[in-house]
Each structure stands twice: as structure tokens, then as C-alpha cells.
Design a protein around this ligand. Structure first.
Ligand code: FAD
Length: 322
């Protein structure tokens, strides 16, 4: 895009899915973007994500619904580019509690009531839907390459205080995930929700299944290309990043009960990540700092799901007030 007269120098702190999406979006809008991060993208929480478009453990509100919608539309478009690693895949969301929120399905084309005969024992209902499934090992490198091809610069370091960036940036966007509040004087509302996953070889599955209210523990099976991501756990307040062997065995057992083809498949990977949870996503201008700041963190278990909507909001904030 041609340089614009009101182009800003923007430093984005964070190279997870939120920071990278924002960087691409702002570069597309003609801004001069630098991403500063102290973790390689493939070592972030984003690299642990399963990752299907679904509003798990994140704010539900009209604003969040808008982020969901715009991200869905963007991922749908990206699914036509095989290099991006986004695939539209059919699957089932199992419901065990009659009051389960199913408002997310309102904007999903073709979402229908699941055939009760195909649901696991104990399910009260379910939804069949075709959703974006983001193959993270392909998608995150692709996203970073998209940023680089738009002229985004990358720096690998820790930002210890915002004052360091004065003179080099007109606006700072904080996309620091679980650490998002640290540079803003702390944020007591952010907390980790520990998630553990195991990857097994893909026996030829394409359909995904989510059974979040399985009484034995949250269970999901997301076939990617060569492997299948199986989860999981959802432990509020736990900072423990170690893979727990007993937890892994229990996850495999629950998943095999749900999808028998999983049984006996070789384990090819395992991971633990801390979802950056917050009662509300922090997506706003923050004043009274050394330079203009936009906060963009606290996406819980839906950072991939909400990423493009978040990036579009940040772009609008810069354009409206830049
Ligand atoms: C097991 C599991 C399964 C999940 N499944 C899904 C799913 O199916 N769908 C979905 O949408 N989401 C899913 N999620 C949630 C998703 O992974 C997160 O919401 C998302 O990754 C958050 O992205 P982020 O960019 O905000 O943070 P992160 O990926 O954590 O990135 C934070 C970045 O900020 C940088 N940083 C922070 N502070 C500083 C600083 N001071 N200086 C320099 N750099 C800094 C870090 O280095 C890093 O680059 C899952 C999460 C887990 C753990």
C-alpha cells in the first residue's frame, strides 16, 4: 500500500497470534510497524492452541460477538489459500447442560441441531457446524511471513517499561497475552487457565468434536493434517507449565471413548499453555503513560478465534484517533 500522510510508527509488543494479526492489519493500513517480543512465536501460548474457531473461556458480549463474526469471515477467506493453514471443517459441539450458551452458532452458516443418535452418552443436545480449524504449525509461520512481506520489523527482546519506546514509536500496542498488564502497572483481572494437550498421529480423521462439559473433564479432538490435537484441561489460576503424565493418560482415555479411532495412535507431541483469561478482553486506549497505548490482551481460550476481529478494532482505533 502507498505510504499515507498520517502513517504512524507503531510498536506491537507480542508475537503471538494477537500481536502478529495486529501487525499485519496495521501494515496493511499503511502504518510503520515493529513487533517486539521476547519469545519466538512457536514458543508462545498461541503455538499451543488447538485451534478451532470457538468462543471458549472468553468474554461473551455484543463486542465479543462482533470480534467473532469478523474473525470468522477472515478465516473463511483464508481457507481458500492452502498455504495459510486454515481449513473449514465439519464437527460437533456436544451439549450436556440445557442452559449451554449456543449464541455463537447464530452467525455460523449451516449450523444445525446434531443428530442425537450420534452424540455421546449423557449429552442433552449438540450442534453440527463447519468452523475454521487453524493448523497452528502452518498458520503462525505463514502469519509471520505475511507480516515480514509487508515490511514489518521484528525485534527479539523484553520490554521492561514503556519509557524505553519513547522516541521510536508514536503508539504502542500491548499484545502480551498473560503478561499484558505488566507494563501498565499490573492487571489483577488477568489469570491463567492452564491447558494441557497431547498430539497423536492422525488415523485419517477430519471431523472435530468438542465436549467441554464431560463430567470427567473438558475433552476435545481436533484433527489437523498429519496429527490430531487432543485435550484437555482447564485449570483456573494454575501457572504450572509441566506436562503431567497422569493427566495425559486421562485425556487420551476420554478422547478414545469419544472417538474410538484415536485409541492406540502413537503420541507425537505434547504441550501445556496458560490461556490469558480475563472477565473482559482488554481492548482499549490506555491513557496516562509515556506514550499513546492500546491494550489488546485477555482473550482466554479464544485468542485465535478472536484474532482478526481484534486486529481490525485496533486498526479502527488508530484510524479514528490517529
Ligand atoms: C491448550 C490450549 C488450547 C487452546 N485452544 C484454542 C482454540 O482452539 N481456539 C482459540 O481460539 N484459542 C485457543 N487457545 C487460546 C489461545 O492460545 C490464546 O488465547 C492465545 O494464544 C493468546 O494469544 P496472545 O497473542 O494474546 O498471547 P501469547 O501467544 O501468549 O503471546 C504473548 C506475546 O507477548 C510477548 N510479551 C509479553 N510481554 C512482553 C514484554 N514485556 N516484552 C516483550 N515481549 C513480551 C511474548 O513474548 C509473546 O510473544 C488455547 C490455549 C491453550 C493453552
Amino acid at each position: 500500500m502507498a505510504p499515507r500522510s498520517d502513517s504512524q510508527r507503531v510498536t506491537v509488543i507480542g508475537a503471538g497470534v494477537i500481536g502478529l494479526s495486529i501487525a499485519v492489519e496495521l501494515a496493511d493500513a499503511g502504518h510503520d510497524v515493529t513487533v517486539v517480543a521476547d519469545t519466538d512465536t512457536m514458543q508462545t501460548v498461541s503455538a499451543v492452541a488447538a485451534a478451532v474457531w470457538f468462543p471458549y473461556r472468553s468474554e461473551r458480549s455484543p463486542m465479543a460477538d462482533e470480534l467473532l463474526r469478523s474473525s470468522f469471515a477472515r478465516f473463511s477467506r483464508l481457507s481458500t489459500d492452502p498455504a495459510a493453514g486454515v481449513e473449514m471443517r465439519a464437527g460437533t459441539v456436544v451439549e450436556r447442560i440445557p442452559s449451554t450458551d449456543r449464541s455463537w452458532a447464530a452467525d455460523v452458516p449451516g449450523a444445525v441441531e446434531a443428530d442425537p443418535r450420534l452424540l455421546p452418552a449423557g449429552a442433552s443436545s449438540g450442534i453440527r457446524a463447519t468452523l475454521p480449524l487453524v493448523v497452528i504449525p502452518a498458520y503462525l509461520p505463514w502469519l509471520r511471513a505475511q507480516a515480514l512481506s509487508r515490511g514489518v520489523a521484528f525485534e527479539r527482546r523484553t520490554v521492561t517499561r514503556l519509557g524505553e519506546l519513547v522516541g521510536g514509536a508514536d503508539t504502542v500496542v500491548i499484545a502480551g497475552g498473560i503478561r499484558g498488564g505488566e507494563l501498565l502497572g499490573g492487571d489483577a483481572d488477568v489469570f491463567p487457565v492452564r491447558g494441557q494437550v497431547v498430539h497423536v498421529a492422525n488415523p485419517g480423521l477430519t471431523d472435530w468434536i468438542i465436549d467441554n462439559d464431560d463430567p470427567a473433564g473438558v475433552t476435545y479432538v481436533f484433527p489437523r493434517r498429519d496429527d490430531v490435537v487432543i485435550g484437555g484441561t482447564s485449570i483456573d489460576g494454575s501457572w504450572d507449565l509441566r506436562v503431567d503424565v497422569d493427566t495425559e493418560l486421562a485425556i487420551l482415555e476420554r478422547a478414545a471413548a469419544l472417538v474410538p479411532a484415536i485409541a492406540g495412535q502413537p503420541v507425537v507431541g505434547r504441550a501445556v499453555g496458560l490461556r490469558p483469561a480475563r472477565p473482559t478482553i482488554r481492548l482499549e486506549r490506555v491513557t496516562q503513560h509515556e506514550l499513546p497505548v492500546i491494550a489488546a490482551y485477555g482473550h482466554g481460550g479464544a485468542g485465535v478465534t478472536l484474532s482478526w476481529g481484534t486486529a481490525e478494532r485496533v486498526r479502527a482505533m488508530l484510524d479514528d484517533e490517529g
